[in-house]
Design a binder for this molecule. Structure first.
Ligand SMILES: *Cc1c(COP(=O)(O)O)cnc(C)c1O
Length: 343
């Protein structure tokens, strides 16, 4: 049985055209900063986001780790959402490796407002309380359901943090989806943050790769820390070529993924109203409330019908649309889930 795999947009396999671009790429040793394909990609993406420099790395976990490390000293804290990828899905790396503590706001969708944030900031309360030195926001928000930040809230949060002297890190693993959904230019997003992490291996469909963006001095420091962590790599241009191909061909088409996610949600809501709100599906992620049913059970039953979803809570399942699934498959998956929940 063929499987419609909606567990993640990381599951895509490189297209034939992408594979050819990889084979043809000129390469060198990136630890010596001599891989021209990597260097070109770093310059290109830095410019896209209005930053001075970029550092191409293996994963978004590593670019988040380096970006926050650059802003926060050991023992200080970063403020973020309780469902942020950095606190839920990076295995405690920021604490385990860099001594960084976190304090979180709670929300229904992963975003916050300047008012809520103002109540959390503790920049210097003497030798009694942890010092806040940075904030972190995720756009789009993964566990929040692919949420796009409202522009005014995002700008206000960034401005408040800057005026309080805090560093600002953006986990932009799916900033491309936010850009396509809203039309807000990437530079406009980039300029609100001191450090930015973006992924090529999610909806853009590259096999490997993420990038940290910042000023030149921060990127130079991050390059040293990356090597210290064992993240230096050599002829990485083979992978940078895939990322570059993805930028050329796979950004605008994210709108198709968004339409497929919306269609999936509509099919669920048609059979099981209340399980999800299609109006809230803005990008390529759909989180569905399984009600009285255990999420694990629902996922197992769907797998039996050829649809792969993931469990993201005791009563929550997630579908992520991507390059390797089409509109009809997504409709069918939504229909199967809706039917199961209405039974
Ligand atoms: C996927 C993802 C990352 C990075 O994950 P890696 O698997 O380490 O590349 C970071 N943030 C968010 C929100 C993500 O979804």
């Amino acid at each position: 049985m063929s499987v419609v795999d909606l567990r993640s947009d990381t599951l895509t396999r490189p297209t034939e055209a992408m594979r050819r671009a990889m084979l043809d790429a000129p390469v060198g040793d990136d630890v010596y900063a001599e891989d021209e394909t990597v260097n070109a990609l770093e310059a290109r993406v830095a410019e896209l986001f209005g930053h001075e420099a970029g550092l191409f790395c293996t994963t978004g976990s590593l670019t988040n780790l380096l970006g926050i490390w650059a802003l926060v000293r050991p023992g200080d804290e970063v403020l973020c959402d309780a469902q942020a990828h950095i606190v839920r899905a990076e295995l405690g790396a920021h604490a385990a490796l860099h001594g960084i503590t976190t304090r979180t706001w709670t929300s229904s969708d992963g975003t916050t407002t300047a008012d809520q944030l103002a109540g959390l900031i503790a920049p210097d309360n003497g030798p009694f309380l942890v010092r806040t030195t940075a904030i972190e926001v995720e756009n789009t928000h993964n566990f929040g359901g692919g949420t796009v930040w409202n522009w005014d809230d995002l700008a206000a949060v960034s401005e408040l943090a800057a005026s309080a002297g805090l560093g600002r890190h953006l986990d932009g693993a799916r900033i491309w989806n936010a850009h396509v959904a809203t039309g807000v230019p990437l530079q406009q997003y980039g300029r609100l943050f001191d450090t930015v992490s973006v992924c090529f291996s999610k909806g853009l469909g590259a096999p490997v790769g993420s990038m940290l963006l910042a000023d030149r001095e921060t990127i130079d420091r991050a390059r040293v820390q990356r090597k210290r962590l064992g993240g230096g790599w050599r002829q990485a241009g083979l992978l940078a070529a895939a990322a570059s191909h993805a930028l050329d061909h796979h950004v605008e088409r994210l709108a198709d993924d968004h339409a497929a996610a919306r269609a999936l949600a509509e099919q669920v809501a048609l059979a099981a109203p209340g399980a999800c709100d299609p109006e809230r599906v803005e990008t390529n992620i759909v989180v569905v409330d399984t009600g009285a049913r255990a999420a694990g059970e629902v996922v197992a039953e769907l797998a039996g019908q050829g649809f792969s979803f993931s469990v993201v809570g005791a009563h929550a399942v997630r579908a992520v649309t991507h390059l390797d699934v089409d509109l009809e498959q997504c409709r069918a998956a939504g229909g199967a889930l809706g039917e199961l929940l209405s039974a």
